[in-house]
Design a protein around this ligand. Sequence first.
Ligand code: ADP
Length: 410
Amino acid sequence: MIISTAFGDLIAGRLHAEHEALAARWFERLLDLLPVEARHVFPSHTLLDHVPALIRDIGDSMRQAEGAIAANTSILDKARELGALRHQQRASLHQVLREYQILGGVLVQFVVEEVERLTDPPPASACVLVVSRIHHAVDVLSQTTVEAFVSLYTQTISDQTERLQQFTRMATHEWRQPLGAVQFGLGVLRQLGVSDRATRSLDVVERSVAHLVELTRKLEAIARLNGTHDSVVSQTLPLGNVAREAARQLRDLAELRGVDIRIPEVTPEISVDVGRLELTLLNLFSNSIKYADLSKPERFVELTGSTDATACRIVVRDNGIGIPERAIGTIFERFTRGHVGGDAPSAVGGVGLGLSIVDDCVRAMRGRVEVESVEGEGTTFVLILPVFVDSGRREAESTSKPQNENREDS
Ligand code: ADP
């Protein structure tokens, strides 16, 4: 719709003529209403020119069809530049929106003043039309500014996240070596023989170091997973191959706790991100071993798998101590434990990260994980993964071995 009223034309012309003065008025109002410093808002002349230009174009667009402002690429570019500037100045989104709100207020006030100056006031319908066109133009410009602002903001957050992940990867990697040296030194001290009192202190230090080692390994696994979030590498192979590799890494611990890891000879062939599935099974098996019920003569964790046209279902069931009902809803959260330190028979060390790693892995594989548990009877985790068939690569990959890049994480 084109505003063809005499009043519309008048306001369009006046906005054009007064754009510098209106920009100055907006600027004053900004300084009154917001905690901003002038030199921080518009540090350069080019940018100081932007607001008058926006106002001039708002005026010009009123002589054109309704969508004109949204199609005016040069004015939209200026609005984007303002978004980039406000982002660079670390303004808040709220502040940017308020600035446009104030601009809208200044322009509407201007229209009111123009009406009051006229000896022959325009009909109310013409005033409403003009004001609604001003609001529309300001909305389009503010949306464009905000889009630029938010997109840069998102980019900054993702850069910072990436840097943080890099730092975590590097730091956790670096911690492992001194921790290993401390563990070794503690072993040597124990062999050399120390007094009873010193042995008790040694026990405490050893437990603390073991805790730090577990924490470091899990944080490292999380950092590595996050770093490869978009790269799900699929291979086709029998489920049992991946499960046996995870079980192999836990053989000593399983023997120590007397837990039998049962994996059928024949398992379905699946197309899967082997690294992530292995890390998932490693964490599930290691939990079944940690939370085994030592009062039961036969202790086991058993894996079964099946596939149909749409999904692959992997079940990991144990006859351990089970998970307290009150804890079931939170066990997948980071640093959350279901069994607390002193609770016999569940006084098992842990850092509360294993299942969050499982959840991350399964989500990255676009699947889900479910759990059922009865205290005193045991726990069953079910992984439901989408079936992924990559016919081009299937044959070549069916003979390949599982990747073992995560084998040290448990
Ligand atoms: P952590 O084992 O280090 O505490 P996890 O994230 O691996 O951390 O597990 C969270 C909680 O879930 C554990 O503290 C434990 O209470 C419970 N849990 C996980 N797996 C089992 C299991 N197989 N049997 C009993 N409890 C389990």
